[in-house]
Design a protein around this ligand. Structure first.
Ligand code: CMP
Length: 142
C-alpha cells in the first residue's frame, strides 16, 4: 500500500465540489486515511510549496492557496501516487484527459481544484506538513 497527499484547493471548496471530488476519488479506489479543513496562511502555504519558491508563479500560488479554506487529505491505495495523478489529470485542465477531476471541474492551471504529491519523497514531506502520525488511521472501510 502507498499513501499520497491530496488537497482539495480553495476553488474546490468555493465551488461546493468537495463532495463530488471525494466521491470521484473513492470510486477510483482510494481510501481516506486522514482529512481536515484548514485555512492556510502565507507561512504555511509557502512552506508547503517550498520546492516552487524560485518559480515565477510562486507568489500567485501562495495568494490563491491562502484565499480560502482547503481540504488536505491522505489517500491510500496500491500505487497511490501515480494512480492519483492519473485520476486528477494534467496540471493544466486543458491538457487533462477526459473524465479526470481537473478536466471535469478545473478552470485553469492556476486554479486547478486539486493538488497531489509527485513522488514518494514529496508525499512523505507533504503528509507530515499537515498530519501527525496519530492522525493517520487504519481505514478498513469499503
Ligand atoms: P500543484 O499540483 O498544486 O503544484 C504546484 C501548483 O502551481 C500547480 O498545482 C498549479 O496549480 C500551480 N501553477 C501555477 N502556474 C503554474 C505553471 N506555470 N506551471 C506549473 N504549475 C503552476
Amino acid at each position: 500500500m502507498q499513501r499520497t497527499l491530496a488537497i482539495l484547493k480553495p476553488d474546490c471548496v468555493r465551488k461546493n465540489l468537495v463532495g463530488k471530488v471525494l466521491a470521484h476519488l473513492q470510486e477510483a479506489g482510494f481510501k481516506i486515511v486522514a482529512m481536515k479543513m484548514v485555512h492556510l496562511n502565507a507561512k504555511t502555504a509557502g512552506e508547503f510549496y517550498a520546492v516552487h519558491k524560485q518559480r515565477p508563479f510562486f507568489n500567485d500560488l501562495v495568494k490563491f492557496m491562502t484565499s480560502g479554506p482547503c481540504v488536505p487529505l491522505v489517500l491510500e491505495k496500491e500505487n497511490a501516487i501515480q494512480d492519483y495523478r492519473k485520476t486528477i489529470g494534467a496540471t493544466d485542465p486543458a491538457q487533462a484527459d477526459e473524465g479526470t477531476v481537473r478536466k471535469l471541474y478545473a478552470d485553469s492551471k492556476e486554479q486547478n481544484i486539486v493538488h497531489g504529491s509527485d513522488s514518494p519523497e514529496s508525499a512523505a514531506y507533504e503528509i507530515a506538513h499537515f498530519f501527525s502520525n496519530a492522525e493517520l488511521v487504519d481505514n478498513f472501510g469499503a
